[in-house]
Design a protein around this ligand. Sequence first.
Ligand code: 2AM
Length: 175
Amino acid sequence: MRLFIAVSFSPAALDGICNIRDALSLKLERASYTRRDNMHLTLSFLGECGGNEMEKACTAMDALDCKPFSISMDHIGSFHRGDGDIIWLGAKRSDMLLSLQKDLAGNLAERGFVLEKGKFRPHVTLARRAFPSFHEKAGVNPIVQEVSSISLMLSKRVDGHMEYTPLHVKNFCRL
Ligand code: 2AM
């Protein structure tokens, strides 16, 4: 099974993100747009895992000691790809988010996961295979989301669509 760990969004935040995606679609000639149900911010991509690794991922999440905090998604950017760009909504720099991602990666590494190297670029993918390219970073009205939990997600292709299902949730305690 293909797994990743992500922050999910409230219905109100999803409304705002979908509005941004829909406004973006007016400026693009073609793209494959992320469906509302699939919008998330990935903290760690685990790739193909067995049952044992799934258990380890759950303990890595449960070992986190994190308090709820807010993030603000405030700009659009892109990753250039040969088959068309990935266009995303990016999070404003947040030390809490960065340390959550770092602590999670550390807990996963302690349990034997070999994670992709590279800078963490917190984002929600809005569109893939987008044309034409979109070079500049553009500010948008911020979408604010409280991060009070993270989820272990199963990624599956069903009838030609990606379907993401939460398998485990780690809630953050206020006190
Ligand atoms: P993306 O949205 O930028 O593609 C599920 O595939 C989630 O894991 C997506 O949010 C995806 O990010 C992220 N992810 C990170 N690395 C990945 C990889 N090598 N392959 C597929 N998805 C990856």
